[in-house]
Design a protein around this ligand. Sequence first.
Ligand code: XBP
Length: 267
Amino acid sequence: MLKALLWDVDGTLAETEHDGHLVAFNQAFAQLGLPWCWGERRYGELLTITGGRERLLHDLRSQPWAPVDADERAALAERVHALKNACYARIVAEGLILLRPGVRELFDDCALAGVAMAVVTTTSRANVVALLDAQLGRGWSARFAAVVCGEDVARKKPDPQAYQLALDALGLAAADTLAIEDAPAGVAAAGAAGVPVVVTRSRFFPETFAVAPIHPAHAALAAGPSLGDARGWRPAAAGDSGRIGLAQLQHWHSAALPGAPNGQGAR
Ligand code: XBP
């Protein structure tokens, strides 16, 4: 039985990578006078590295102007990352990054049905707070039974630790929960924790995920372009409400449980 929805943040709740982090990284580079600028394509490639500071450090290794000394490179990444997060907070505080279609409605579905929710992200807590303060108001955390962020884990996604922490905090078995993710690292993290996943595709991860009845890493119970639109999902969504509502998620979730009628999950 579905008892909790576990929400990824970046790309899933909002298009924060494209409209927020990428813009903020480039603002930070410019403000520090660094000869560094990430285009959309390069940033998309770099998103395989989770964690903004880790992403910076990774890319610094291939920058000819970057400090040769590893400690100096780490210090520079730290400085850029702090400034990037300040730039990001300003962008989201202006209300420029909205929750993706269907997200707010699903929050309300869960509240009505008594299904718990948690945030499970490996982005910095300050970024989560800035986004949700702006979009849901300051009391937003009351809606979530747990909020797991980058500072809470020793290993970021695709490691399952963030999901394991959320399950511990909720006191639930993985099979009683469902993750909403957009990126391969998130799908892998949830899968490795035994949490079934539904994928809402995002700007940087538009490709179709493998859809499978069980959930090995990189497979999802269902995948589609937007929670706000029931069209284009695999498996097909009922679509009576025009969006992906809690009833649809419950259907995919229960159809994938061992012993479900056709034993084939939600295909
Ligand atoms: C999102 C990330 C983050 C953000 C930037 O991970 O990879 O690194 O791009 O945030 P998740 P920080 O899928 O776990 O939400 O700069 O705070 O790391």
